[in-house]
Design a protein. Structure first.
Length: 201
């Protein structure tokens, strides 16, 4: 008995799904290496075991929705990008806020590489002074509301609403609200800066 057109359609659909899933492995590896992150880094953020992540990247583990969703969140890319869905033509960014230590990071860019733009909400000033970070790259900030205390080495600068600053991030630096009220700002990070701030906030 010959195959029916429906059988051919089903086979073609299965082949398309298989091809899409096979393409996930190199995409996952590319996203991770592009961000200079180790398997252990991604495992700590997603709760997915290192061995499982390794098998996903090598194509030895079939990706499932419960694995892809936390990875899409960790890499800040739409799920469609991981599975290679055709672009919708919608240029809007649909941000997923990231909360760390009382701070809220709202991504404003979709690309996994290059300069990353964020809207940041920092809580009111606390007693402890944030630990200063240093890394290659640069950072740019613009205060939307409130007052921002920016520490560059031993120098402390308070930025008010409407003021901006840019600095080399090889200089030890930290940011916090200058008052007991929250501060809202826009920030541009180099990729390494994004990784450090989101991990250590």
């Amino acid at each position: 008995m010959g195959a029916t057109p429906a059988d051919h359609d089903h086979a073609d659909g299965s082949d398309d799904i298989d091809r899409a899933l096979e393409a996930v492995a190199p995409r996952l590896r590319h996203l991770r290496t592009q961000r200079s992150r180790t398997l252990a880094d991604v495992s700590a953020e997603t709760g997915i075991g290192v061995s499982t992540l390794s098998r996903l990247e090598s194509g030895l583990r079939r990706p499932t929705l419960d694995l892809l969703l936390p990875l899409a969140r960790a890499y800040r890319v739409p799920l469609d990008d991981l599975v290679g869905a055709p672009p919708s033509g919608d240029p809007r960014v649909h941000p997923r806020p990231v909360r760390r230590g009382g701070m809220v990071f709202i991504p404003l860019t979709r690309s996994a590489g290059g300069v990353q733009a964020f809207k940041l909400l920092l809580p009111g000033r606390r007693r402890t002074t944030p630990k200063q970070q240093r890394h290659d790259g640069f950072e740019w900030v613009y205060v939307l509301g409130g007052s921002l205390e920016l520490r560059l080495g031993d120098t402390v600068t308070v930025l008010e609403e409407g003021e901006a600053a840019e600095f080399e991030t090889r200089t030890p630096h930290s940011m916090r609200s200058a008052t007991e009220h929250p501060v809202e700002l826009l920030s541009l990070f180099s990729p390494q800066g994004e990784q450090i701030h989101l991990r250590d906030a």
